[in-house]
Design a protein around this ligand. Structure first.
Ligand code: SF4
Length: 448
């Protein structure tokens, strides 16, 4: 804000996925550069920003409820900005149905934010001509870990998905800009960097692919763990996977949303067919010890009992360490919303619970196989249940989506990496005993 003008405060709420969180961190960096100091109290804020998610109906509904709740709580004269996916999905409906919002800004318009916020407060903001990705980030994650968004948008056009429409076509960040951002994050104390994008494996910078990006990131001294989320199954080549497996610091963990196992269903989804059972066996051969996470969708239009049986067989045989199962949601104007043979919700719901209960047994077996194992644990801090119990994660647990590790606290401090031995196993969480530093094994196993 111009010199001599009242300093203002901003309260930002970030909804949705890790990719949206990175945007929120950059929005806060941009707004604080404009002189709006972040506040955690919406009632004190001069500007309230809701970074919305809208890729499916329930997410859009949650965004609207959050906007209305914050609009109620705002102080007189405070402004409300609705940004992100909801304005990109259906601006005209928002303009009509959401008079509470003073500003609607989709992701594609973020470069105009200095000007738009200036207008909102009738203040002239000197134009700041820099791309949104160049704004600093005020981290929303604990200081020892962060997400690195390597690309925006998506060029795959899955028939049920609105993301290409909401977030646009694939735009990859350049290798130098990603390295400088990762260096800055490492300088600020980040040890675990989780790479995210709609489709991580689509990343390119000229001839350079994901393998080269990860190798370059591994060169940043103080980074300890590099983690990969959202890999597109049919782009996981032997060359790429073996390169990841041999790159230091890359934790043996891979998230690859497969969505379905029946060729006909994948075809109607607009996704290429991959024999997932073969792929999983190959991944486990190319990258020994890799923990696999996937996402499956049930209830897609035309899904027969035979198709579902293929999914059930995949889950049984692939034995993923982590599995998310979504029920198909007809999202206008995604093409699948108008496909014939829509599956009754009750059938989809039943199929989802069958896969989740099957997976729970598989997850428990994986966890029990770790009893007595020595692990490196990244300490995340006190448990929500009790400050005498600490939590952490091992290489096979991604932040915010997988289970946790529990151990008696209050030491060691958050952000530290410690050695521990698995004492108890549940389907999603583990209890460990800390190993005194001097007793820790020196092997690579103990590095992970
Ligand atoms: S790859 Fe993912 S983000 Fe891209 S269209 Fe398909 S489901 Fe949507």
């Amino acid at each position: 804000m111009a010199r001599g003008q009242k300093s203002l405060t901003v309260h930002l709420v970030s909804l949705g996925c890790a990719k949206n969180l990175v945007d929120s961190e950059r929005l806060l960096g941009l707004l604080s550069d404009l002189g709006l100091a972040p506040t955690t109290e919406p009632v004190k804020a001069d500007l309230i920003v809701v970074n919305t998610c809208a890729f499916i109906g329930p997410a859009a509904q949650e965004s609207i409820e959050t906007i209305l709740e914050l609009s109620q709580r705002r102080k007189p004269g405070a402004k409300l900005a609705v940004v992100g996916c909801l304005p990109a999905r259906d601006r005209s409906a928002l303009l009509a149905d959401l008079p509470e919002a003073d500003l609607l800004v989709s992701r594609a318009e973020y470069a105009r934010l200095p000007e738009l916020v200036g207008e909102l407060f009738r203040q002239k903001n000197p134009l700041r001509k820099k791309p949104f990705e160049a704004w600093p980030r005020l981290l929303g994650t604990p200081p020892w870990r962060a997400f690195l968004k390597i690309a925006e948008g998506c060029d795959n056009h899955c028939a049920y998905c609105l993301i290409p429409r909401i977030r646009g076509a694939l735009v990859c960040r350049s290798l130098p800009s990603l390295i400088s951002e990762a260096r800055e994050l490492a300088r600020r104390g980040v040890q675990e960097l989780t790479l995210v994008a709609q489709d991580l494996t689509a990343w390119r910078d000229g001839e350079r692919d994901l393998g080269e990006l990860v190798a370059a990131l591994a060169g940043i001294k103080s980074l300890k763990w590099l983690r990969l989320m959202y890999a597109y199954p049919n782009r996981l080549t032997e060359k790429l996977v073996k390169r990841l497996a041999q790159t230091p610091k890359v934790v043996p963990y891979l998230d690859l949303p497969i969505q379905h196992a029946a060729p006909q269903v994948l075809k109607r989804m607009g996704r290429p067919y991959v024999d997932c059972r073969k792929l999983v066996n190959r991944l486990r051969k190319w990258w020994p010890g890799v923990a696999l996470r996937t996402t499956l969708m049930v209830g897609f239009p035309g899904e027969t009992e035979e198709d579902f049986e293929k999914l059930r067989l995949l889950v049984t045989e692939a034995r993923f360490e982590h599995l998310g199962v979504f029920q198909f949601e007809p999202e206008e104007p995604a093409p699948a919303a108008r496909f014939p043979d829509q599956i009754p919700r009750a059938v989809g719901k039943k199929r989802r619970s069958i896969l989740l209960s099957l997976q729970k047994k598989i997850a428990l077996a994986h966890q029990r196989a770790r009893l007595g194992e020595e692990l490196t644990v990244l300490v995340e801090g006190p448990a929500t249940e009790s400050s005498l119990v600490m939590t952490g994660r091992a290489y096979f647990q991604a932040p915010e989506v997988d289970g946790l590790i529990y151990f008696d606290g209050p030491q060691p401090v958050s952000g530290q990496m410690v050695q521990a031995r698995v004492l108890k196993a549940q389907a999603y969480d583990l209890a460990v005993g800390l190993i005194e530093p001097k007793a820790a094994l020196g092997s690579r196993a103990s590095q992970l």
